[in-house]
Unconditional design. Structure first.
Length: 171
């Protein structure tokens, strides 16, 4: 059975939030990481959330019309915290030696490397904060009006997904 627009709009997608400064004014850039290219921005968090709701609806509608698969939100309960990784013997040896030098188990050492890499905030000019706020989306679901203008441009994501233009910029 094909899922409807309403079904997808009622799912609780996590949202990433970045605050930025442009021309001495603070703004908010929001994105739904599970929906590639779906994002919006605004001068206030409320304005950005309203724009994101409209962008989400347009993104899902365009995907449904094109019969594209729409990812559902990813949850921590979908993961066990364990995975098997095959690496070259020399890399295994080098990691084990470095872990020993740092008085850590190999598992702790590799975990610390992965955490430092995955959680670092890339040096993007004037970005002051980045976090994931999955609860914000629900709070703004019943917004009365959406002020952003959103359109789609073909060709995003190797021709599979539309590119979203929202609030005057490419998201």
């Amino acid at each position: 059975m094909k899922k409807s627009l309403k079904y997808y709009l009622n799912l609780n997608y996590p949202i990433s939030v970045e605050t930025y400064t442009e021309n001495e004014e603070t703004g908010y850039a929001l994105e739904i990481p599970d929906l590639p290219g779906c994002g919006a921005d605004g001068k206030t968090l409320n304005e950005a959330m309203k724009s994101l709701q409209e962008a989400k609806e347009l993104w899902i509608s365009a995907s449904l019309k094109r019969n594209l698969s729409i990812p559902e939100p990813v949850s921590e309960k979908d993961f066990s915290g364990k995975f098997l990784l095959r690496i070259p013997v020399k890399l295994h040896m080098a990691l084990a030696k470095q872990a020993k030098r740092e008085s850590q188990s190999l598992n702790q050492y590799v975990r610390s490397i992965l955490e430092r890499h995955i959680y670092r905030i890339l040096p993007v000019e004037q970005v002051t904060r980045m976090t994931t706020l999955p609860f914000l989306e629900e709070e703004f679901m019943n917004s009365a009006s959406n002020s952003a203008t959103c359109t789609f441009e073909e060709g995003h994501q190797r021709g599979e997904r539309p590119m979203l233009l929202a609030a005057g910029g490419v998201i």
